[in-house]
Ligand binder design. Sequence first.
Ligand SMILES: C[S@@+](CC[C@H](N)C(=O)[O-])C[C@H]1O[C@@H](n2cnc3c(N)ncnc32)[C@H](O)[C@@H]1O
Length: 411
Amino acid sequence: MVNEFMQAEAVESKNLPQIGSDLAAQIINAVVSKEHVAGLTHEFYRYPARFSPLFARAMIQAFTKPGDTVLDPFMGGGTTLVEACSLGRQAIGTDINELSVFISKVKTTPLTDAEVESIQVWAQALIPNLSLRKTTAEVGNKYQKNIHGKSTWPIRKVLELALSQVPLLETEKKRQFARCVLLKTAQGALDCRENIPTVSMFRAQFLKDLAKMLEGMKEFRERIQAPNSTCSEVKYSPALCLHRSAIGIEEDENLRKLAPPSLIVTSPPYPGVHVLYHRWQVQGRRETPAPYWIINGSDGKGESFYTLGGRSRQGIEKFFKQTQAAFSSLARISSRKTLLVQMVAFSDPEWQLSEYLSAITKSGFREVHFSALSNSPDGRLWRGVPNRKWYAVQAPATATNKEVVLFHQLA
Ligand SMILES: C[S@@+](CC[C@H](N)C(=O)[O-])C[C@H]1O[C@@H](n2cnc3c(N)ncnc32)[C@H](O)[C@@H]1O
């Protein structure tokens, strides 16, 4: 099928770094790998359609040096930002989803030993309070939809009890981390689960999640401070996680002070591919916005808001217009040296790939080609997708089983 796709234009630019055969093999392995990668803070949340840390890591290592700026304008679960920080790069991300911003911030905000200790003390004191016999002052929340059922209400109730204890932590940083642990345990209990766990299982899982997350956070902190790491000469600067659209990013005050990104590595929403970034699916196809309740955030938007357009015919048309607008903004903050790397999938690649490439070209970028980084007759780098939870509405099931890596620079 890939033979029929537009051939990647063989543009070799003098601004492109050289990719030797060893490095090329490493990058291709990282892209096609189906290995589940844990470690650092990557396991804090299962963000839908997240890419592998190996992909982000390989791109950052190959195309930037410590101290460079790495941007992910569709940051999702913050995979790029975690990798960029842990490799000593200045990480910046934007996303219109408050859930994405919450998760990315918690994942890239190191905790001190004293903070870890106080969260552990808080969690131990919390456990005896997570009992259905206890009463809560909580009077309901608009984001509790579809978690009032026979098997889900006990989980809702223990979450109410736990959330009511979060203010006992003295700082916002510790409160956000605590909410993130509850978010993880609640996602494991409710999202895409046929059998909802009991309250005692929830309590045990919460302590396990807390321990794993603190371990991941410790590893993250050691990495950003490691005296012998490759980034020892660069002072760590916190990631910038901005709650905003990629469209209009050139007007953002936060970016004005920074140098243009050396690398933009990202994965925008996919055209016509149904992904729920803002809901959990409870027992079948009932959807809940409960994550916004747990993070104390706000949602109030439909699927098309988070997917640059949605699944309908008009939605897909809008997708291409919005994509062009977003990449035009990205072109305005890029320099001649900026490399744009995207991982993209399509519900119907036959026509959508060329439409997509045309939107990126109209934005002011041109496709560049690394001859060493190709595994397909069209000159591009493709990968099979393992076990993705999404629904392609327009095309045969095989269509979204592939993703392609696209490289661009300013035209
Ligand atoms: C495929 S996900 C990114 C996943 C990410 N690479 C990861 O590893 O978790 C795409 C993200 O784009 C965000 N998004 C959609 N429209 C946006 C826009 N106009 N500006 C910024 N982010 C947007 C969605 O909220 C979603 O989080």
